[in-house]
Structures are given as structure tokens and as C-alpha cells.
Write a new protein. Structure first.
Length: 188
């Protein structure tokens, strides 16, 4: 699609791909321009405050996507196990079986995490709350559910970082396979 015909959402999706692979610090305006097919002045038309606005737009889009595909299904109908399994399938697809890096990790591990603390906090909090809600429904005490939900996000993010760092996607796959029992085992 010619750049002039791209919607803001299309532009943000293209920006997301660049930030996901290079992080904020490793991304130049030239890369963002190439990825979108827009000149720098056109990018500033969409995002008057430059790269910060671009990343904020990307984080807003990511939050919307995660809410629709991950958080809401965790809060939806079905047994806790089925909802956890659905989360795992979604994560496996979203991260291409461990081959794709995590945008959130890119931002948290970069120098910009303080500037983007509010949207990062909102995304992580909603994710942890959604998992904890399922675990409470499964019969776990609230505090245990909260700790397990936090541990799950740590495992997911950590497995992505390690799988990428050692170029071994099986690390991510193995963690996803073990996650339902880790979350739902009442004896743990």
C-alpha cells in the first residue's frame, strides 16, 4: 500500500515491528521512515513529538491488541484451564514460537523505561491481574494467585529473552508447556 494511503494504525503496526526488533535506543528515524515508507516530515505529522510519540502510539496499540487477544479471553467464559491454555496458544503465536522478541522487554531493558513507565505499568498490571483472576476462580487464595501470576509473566518474559539470547526457541516452548501446571497446581 502506498504510504499516503496508510492509516495511522498501519503506520503504528510498522513502527511496532521496528521497535520490537531494535528497541527504542537502537531505532533511528531513518529506520522508522524506511519501515513506514513515510518521510521524516510525514512521521512528524502523525507524531508531533517524534520518536517518543511513536513509541507511545505503539504501546497504546499493543495494549489494545493484548486486551483483545489475551486479557479479555482470560476474563471470559470457560474453565480456568481452558483460559490459561488459550493464553498460552496466543503467546506462542504472538511470539512465533519464541522466535520473535518482546516489545515490552525491549523497552524495559532500554534506557527509556522511566519515560514510558506509565504505559508499561498499565500493560503489565492488566496482564498480571487477568491471570490472577483466573487463578482465584480456580480456587487459589488471592495472594497466592497474585504471586503465581507475577511469576508467570516473569517466566514468559525471561524465556523469551533467554531463547533469543541463546537462539534456542525450545526454551520458550518448554516453559509454555509447563506453565498450566505451574499456575494451577493447588499443592504447589
Amino acid at each position: 500500500m502506498p504510504p499516503a494511503l496508510l492509516s495511522r494504525a498501519d503506520v503504528v503496526d510498522r513502527l511496532m515491528t521496528v521497535f520490537r526488533h531494535a528497541g527504542y535506543d537502537g531505532t533511528s528515524l531513518a529506520q522508522l521512515s524506511r519501515a513506514t515508507g513515510l518521510g521524516k516530515s510525514s512521521l512528524y505529522h502523525y507524531f508531533p513529538n517524534g520518536k517518543d510519540d511513536m513509541l507511545l502510539g505503539v504501546l497504546e496499540r499493543l495494549a489494545t491488541q493484548l486486551r483483545a487477544t489475551l486479557f479479555e479471553p482470560l476474563r471470559g467464559p470457560g474453565t480456568p484451564r481452558k483460559r490459561i491454555d488459550a493464553m498460552i496458544r496466543t503467546l506462542d503465536t504472538f511470539y512465533a514460537h519464541g522466535r520473535e522478541s518482546c516489545l515490552l522487554a525491549q523497552i524495559v531493558l532500554g534506557s527509556t523505561r522511566v519515560r514510558f513507565r506509565a504505559p508499561l505499568l498499565a500493560i503489565f498490571t492488566e496482564w498480571i491481574d487477568a491471570i490472577a483472576g483466573v487463578l482465584v476462580e480456580a480456587g487459589l487464595p488471592k495472594m497466592v494467585a497474585r504471586h503465581r501470576a507475577e511469576d508467570a509473566v516473569v517466566r514468559i518474559e525471561g524465556a523469551l529473552v533467554l531463547a533469543g539470547g541463546v537462539d534456542e526457541t525450545q526454551i520458550f516452548s518448554r516453559m509454555l508447556k509447563q506453565l498450566p501446571a505451574t499456575l494451577l497446581d493447588a499443592k504447589r
